[in-house]
Design a protein around this ligand. Structure first.
Ligand SMILES: O=CC(=O)O
Length: 325
């Protein structure tokens, strides 16, 4: 039997239903490579509620054992309860905050996070956003496109990255990759994390307000959970100060977004580079007119290398599950 055939889980008569919550970024490739194993139920391409979508597809909810998803769509307790045979949820992301993990453990559902090694991509985005805010690259670009190269220069006075004191919130793989990059720019690092790290020489702060008070820049890289929700609130922003800058490549819910918008509009902080938002895909429109804010649509890990790797790991996780069940 050819190697590829051995990996086929079922013959074509018995394709496993795989419920897919979007978005279909490189899903066509994934689909082509795995169509011999799964019947793809593309919930991402329907506006209907799940029960209606499955009825239209003539699929019995109790036949579904697996979901493939990413942070763009929540896998709520209601969804989990609606699928009585659900046994595994595979997310192509590193973060799992879009999945109701409590409900999963209540029903003994495995959660596989299939993110490839994309910490470096996310760290690149963090540094890119920071440079953009400090050097006003996007603001200057908008100006040139609208009005040509002559400009009131004072509008574009930037600030240099070298020498900045950077407070990293969450010194995991991403935070460490950010620190490595910013060291090369001559920044000094300090950090907040759940626990002090034994072999890290950067100063540790257990208190984020104190970290902000000693930083010029805060970079948020930690996961979102009940302890970290709104870890950056108004008090933290006021401690960061009027020249301070926030970069968020973690999750929107790490910042109290209403307060962030307020602080930016009142000039209580100097700027922000944001790849994530509290109610994605909604971005507060008040931010659109601010030249000291750079916005990105949760795109830091959307490099073709990382996506390929994530979908490969997702396929492996599903294959391991179905071949042992
Ligand atoms: O946001 C992206 C991820 O969690 O991988």
């Amino acid at each position: 039997m050819a190697m590829e055939d051995k990996h086929n889980l079922k013959d074509n008569k018995e394709l496993q239903p795989l419920l897919v919550f979007g978005p279909p970024i490189i899903f066509p490739t994934f689909e082509a490579q795995n169509s011999h194993n799964y019947r793809f139920l593309k919930a991402f391409s329907s506006q209907d509620p799940l029960h209606q979508f499955l009825t239209e597809q003539k699929v019995d909810p109790s036949s579904i054992q697996a979901i493939l998803c990413n942070p763009a769509q929540k896998v709520s307790a209601d969804v989990i309860r609606f699928l009585p045979s659900l046994r595994i949820i595979v997310t192509t992301s590193a973060g799992t905050d879009h999945i109701d993990l409590v409900e999963c453990s209540r029903h003994s559902i495995q959660v596989a996070c299939a993110a490839g090694d994309h910490a470096g991509d996310v760290a690149d985005m963090a540094v890119g956003l920071l440079l953009d805010v400090l050097c006003k690259i996007s603001a200057a670009d908008r100006h040139v496109r609208k009005r040509g190269p002559s400009m009131p220069l004072n509008v574009f006075f930037g600030s240099k990255l070298k020498g900045k004191r950077v407070g990293i919130v969450g010194l995991g793989k991403i935070g460490t990759a950010v620190a490595e990059r910013l060291e090369a720019f001559g920044c000094s690092m300090m950090y907040n994390s759940r626990k002090e790290k034994a072999f890290i020489s950067y100063p540790f702060y257990s208190n984020v307000v104190e970290l902000a008070g000693d930083s010029d820049v805060l970079v948020l890289c930690c996961p979102l959970n009940e302890e970290t929700r709104h870890i950056v609130n108004r008090e933290v922003m006021l401690a960061l100060g009027k020249d301070g800058c926030i970069v968020n490549v973690g999750r929107g819910g790490l910042i109290d977004e209403k307060e962030l918008v307020q602080c930016l509009m009142e000039g209580e902080i100097g700027g922000a580079g944001l790849d994530v938002f509290e109610n994605e895909p909604i971005v507060p429109t008040d931010l659109f007119s601010l030249d000291n804010v750079v916005l990105s649509p949760h795109a830091s890990s959307l490099t073709s290398d990382s996506l390929d790797e994530s979908y490969k790991l997702s396929a492996e996780a599903l294959q391991v599950f179905f071949s042992s069940n």
